[in-house]
Design a protein around this ligand. Sequence first.
Ligand code: COA
Length: 165
Amino acid sequence: MTEADAEAVSAMVLRVYDQVLVQYQSTETLSAFREHETPESLRQQLGRKRLFVVEEDGRIIAVGGLGWMDAPYLPPEVQEEAYLPGADRRITNLFVAVDRIGQGVGRSLLDRLVALAKAEGAGRLRLVSTPNAVSFYERAGFHVDPHPPTEVPEVTWLLQHLPTD
Ligand SMILES: CC(C)(COP(=O)(O)OP(=O)(O)OC[C@H]1O[C@@H](n2cnc3c(N)ncnc32)[C@H](O)[C@@H]1OP(=O)(O)O)[C@@H](O)C(=O)NCCC(=O)NCCS
């Protein structure tokens, strides 16, 4: 994803909110999450994680990110450890366009993000899932984290160990 994609990604993701997530999350939670999906926020997020888009015939049909377990998950004195090669990574911002949901796009993008984290030497991958997507992630090798790094209402932390070859 480039800065120029931010408007299109934001519009695609907010349609998913309005047409899918509205069925699973409270209005309060969704309105807080929406702040994270504005073009301005997405451009800022590019400075602290890598975001990828899937394009089809020039149209963005999915987005997904790979980031670190940096602030606010680590205390400031060990913040630098967040960026060591073996440090935990985080799958972020995974959304598929409403009309392409359930056609393999999300799994394919997720598998690419997992492979990238593994290739970079990450030992574990974490993510927060909305209630509707927990079993999607479980099918892809994640499990519910018994020790979640934070408690966030209406989401579930999931974890996958990445074995070194
Ligand atoms: C969740 C999401 C990313 C999954 O992507 P997708 O392209 O729809 O999923 P896929 O078609 O690749 O499905 C892969 C597998 O997961 C299953 N699956 C997909 N969505 C699922 C769901 N919500 N619950 C349970 N299983 C699901 C599929 O049946 C498929 O199973 P299979 O491997 O046995 O065929 C996508 O549906 C989406 O963006 N949903 C709305 C927003 C959202 O919930 N985002 C996650 C925020 S954490």
